[in-house]
Design a protein around this ligand. Structure first.
Ligand code: HEM
Length: 738
């Protein structure tokens, strides 16, 4: 310390990295391209591990026996309710999976994102930090052989099983994330995440919804699935904590629909889940400490400190509602539905002040206290539970389940399996002895390959047959890219394998219109050549890229790995594939005309998001776009800012980086731009935000400069080919680990 000096002078240990304000505080509109480089190998201490091999060393029955032992052994720092951690572990697993949303495939149980902010610290995830911490001794014993993501789901399964519920199956194979996900858009609201909240506070939802529950235009902004920021799905107290079960049902249908669950699955999950455990609401939310991400250092990653009594056990405060749904909360039975329908329910408040429901009939069954022997309480329902009784469609399903417990059990079993495995992608990624043999529609099944695999001679013959069709390099490249670009690394759906480009709904998308005649011609090539359409479509892309490179004077080989198969229409779940239709796709320069009405996200943000979902780095994104422009791959055949379409040059970058050209927004919204000749004033080009972002954004511009430089062309061709191949192979879990 330098005495007598200015307190801000003198020695420091360097800058206070990441102190606010940060770039995004200063420039909230900036496109955060650096997101593409998060959670890479550099962040992963196990990047040299083969997870499949490590998981194969696990004796799954022995691990399950350890989990079972743990579930029924209460520890003093967080005593179990009813002597059984099962219910809280089911909730942990459900919340781990329940962030999944079909629109962009993000969320879900696949990476144990529940460990990181913001999800770790959402009010709705209260005390799931304790559930994970309770599991740490088992995780510690197994180390790299079982990921957190797998352990969380497996523990949920074990919990169900020890309480008498027959699970449908379990697959390992989830790879953990190693840092917070800062890429997922969780909604527009700036709510205070640093302090505890309560469901009563969760009323500011107007920015994500249009209309009111019951209105014909009531809709949730895409790609969101939760009804409110920091919730997994819906507010248990009803929309805006209004206690209205009918309105709650509307929200449940929309939000569970965004999780790709139909009405029957939704009822099975809610009624099934709430057969177990209890809700915790002993203390006013205002007295609860900060969530894990904002908790004091000595809390060691745990949040929501509860000052009342022991702060746990009988004093537990989680979300604010108090009580159990059934008289026997650690046994699988039909009591949830029996009580929901067997009694009238009236509104009341929990000790914490939350809105909930209690039987009007004083003679209704009661439920034991979770900790104090001999003490009993009235049963409890949430507004979101009463919703199942009030909504006519849910009601009918509930009554069917009430009359047929086996049907209910099977429906919940299958829905739980789907919930927890939905984002794992192809079954080729599933590991372990408990993987069910059957194919389920949500797994986007593919047929087994038939015939002999294509050899080098076959490939050369097919490539020639593709050339003989006389189709342009532009059309061939466009078609191959359109087949592959649906892939998303979030839930590992989409991709060229299966040739679903030729099936409903993809064949009918506006953005795929250009591919229809090309697919028809390539189908001929495939059937004459004894190959799958999927392989021929991808091969056609390789042919196009090689020819375009040759036209530019580069002799390159584009890798081609055969082995793709063709799915049938029956194997293609049309409603859920419809979600893969792009709102915008900058690679093909496509923007849905009413984009601004369905989302507040800009086209270039969606472009960045797509690059991220394809697993591309910034250089790969830039090179791939430059190549697609060179190949004339705009969806409507419009100008791609190059004079030499079909020749693999970086000319596109030359145009967007040129200081001699002046661009002009054509409308106030700034979605279309004109390039005028500075001398004559005549318009010479049109472009979109998908084009100009490569000149306007500093990070993308820096990369584009590399390719546009005099020494950049060979590098561009090489990088484009590598990025192209990466996209073509993105879904090939049949031939690579992952
Ligand atoms: C507990 C809400 C769906 C399983 C809870 C709690 C709330 C809640 C507020 C109390 C948390 C606490 O204070 O301890 C909802 C809402 C749902 C929903 C609003 C949808 C409308 C589900 C589903 C499952 C599930 C789909 C599983 C399939 C559970 C379990 C508990 C629980 C097992 C008890 C946890 C314990 O005993 O510690 N739920 N839930 N819930 N939920 Fe749900």
């Amino acid at each position: 310390v330098l005495e007598g000096k200015c307190p801000f002078g003198g020695n420091t240990l360097g800058g206070a990295q990441t102190s606010a304000p940060t770039l995004s505080d200063w420039y909230p509109q900036r496109l955060r391209v650096e997101q593409l480089h998060r959670d890479g190998a550099a962040a992963n201490p196990l990047s040299d591990e083969d997870y499949a091999a490590a998981f194969a060393t696990v004796d799954l029955p022995a691990l399950k026996a350890e989990i079972t032992q743990f579930l029924t052994t209460s520890v003093p720092w967080w005593p179990s309710d009813y002597g059984n951690y099962g219910p809280q572990m089911i909730r942990m697993a459900w919340h781990s999976a329940g962030t999944y949303r079909i629109a962009d495939g993000r969320g879900g149980a696949g990476q144990a994102m529940q460990r990181f902010a913001p999800i770790s610290s959402w009010w709705d995830n209260g005390n799931t930090d304790k559930s994970r911490r309770l599991l740490w001794p088992i995780k510690q014993r197994y180390g790299a052989a079982i990921s957190w993501a797998d352990l969380i789901v497996l523990t949920g399964n074990c919990a169900l099983e020890i309480m008498g519920f027959p699970t449908y199956g379990f697959a390992g194979g989830r790879r953990d994330a190693w840092e917070a996900d800062d890429a997922t858009y969780w909604g527009p609201e700036h709510i205070d995440m640093t302090a505890p909240s309560s469901y009563d506070d969760m009323v500011s939802r107007d920015q994500r919804w249009t209309g009111s529950p019951g209105d014909a235009d009531y809709e949730l902004q895409q790609p969101l699935a939760a009804s409110h920021q920091a919730l997994i799905y819906v507010n248990p107290e009803g929309p805006e904590a209004n206690g209205d079960p009918a309105a709650s049902a509307v929200d449940i249908r929309i939000t569970f629909g965004r999780m790709a669950m139909d009405d029957e699955e939704t009822v099975a999950l809610i009624a099934g889940g709430h057969a177990f455990g209890k809700s915790h609401g002993q203390v006013a939310a205002a007295r609860i400490g900060a969530p894990p991400e904002n908790a004091p250092m000595e809390a060691m990653g745990l949040g929501w400190h509860n000052p009342q009594g022991a702060g746990n056990g009988a004093d537990t405060m989680t979300n604010g509602i108090e009580g159990s749904w059934t008289p026997d909360p650690t046994t699988w039975d039909n009591a949830y539905l029996e009580n929901l329908f067997g009694h009238e329910w009236e509104q009341t408040r929990s000790p914490a002040g939350a809105l909930q429901w209690t039987p009007a009939d004083p003679a209704a069954p009661r439920t034991p206290d979770a900790h104090r022997p001999g003490v009993e309480h009235p049963l409890m329902m949430m507004t979101s539970d009463i919703a199942l009784k009030v909504d006519p469609v849910y009601r009918e399903i509930c009554q069917r389940f009430l009359a047929d417990f086996d049907a209910f059990t099977l429906a919940f079993s299958k829905a739980w399996y789907k919930l927890t495995h939905r984002d794992m992608g192809p079954k080729a990624r599933y590991l372990g002895p408990e993987v069910p043999a059957d194919d389920l529609p949500w797994q986007d099944p593919l047929p087994a390959p038939t015939g002999t695999p294509l050899g080098a001679d076959d490939v050369a013959r097919l490539a020639q047959a593709v050339r003989d069709t006389g189709l342009s390099t532009s059309d061939l490249a466009y078609t191959a890219f359109s087949a592959a670009v649906t892939y998303r690394d979030s839930d590992k759906r989409g991709g060229a394998n299966g040739a679903r480009l030729a099936l409903a709904p993809q064949k009918d998308w506006v953005v795929n219109r250009r591919t229809v005649p090309v697919v028809a011609a390539l189908r001929e090539v495939a059937s004459r050549g004894g190959a799958s359409l999927a392989d021929v479509v991808v091969l056609a892309g390789c042919v196009a890229v090689e020819d375009a490179a040759r036209a530019a004077g580069h002799d390159v080989r584009v890798p081609f790995t055969p082995g793709r198969v063709d799915a049938t229409q029956e194997q293609t779940d049309v409603p859920t594939f419809e979600w893969l239709a792009p709102l915008a796709d900058g690679f093909r320069n496509y923007t849905q005309p009413d984009l601004a009405e369905v989302t507040s996200v800009s086209p270039e943000q969606l472009f960045l998001d797509k690059a991220d979902l394809l697993g591309l780095s910034a250089p790969e994104w830039v090179a791939l776009t430059g190549g697609l422009r060179a190949l004339g791959c705009n969806h409507d055949g419009s100008s791609t800012l190059t004079d030499r379409v079909g020749v693999l040059t970086p000319d596109f970058f030359g145009t967007v980086l040129s200081p001699d050209l002046r661009w002009r927004a054509l409308e106030e919204a700034g979605t279309q731009f004109a390039l005028d000749d500075v001398d004559t004033g005549a318009q010479v080009h049109r472009a979109t935000r998908h084009d100009l972002v490569f000149g306007a954004n500093a990070q993308l511009r820096a990369v584009a400069e590399v390719y546009a430089s005099r020494d950049g062309e060979a590098r561009f061709v090489r990088d484009f080919v590598a990025a192209w191949d990466k996209v073509m192979m993105a879904d090939r879990y049949d031939v690579r680990a992952g």
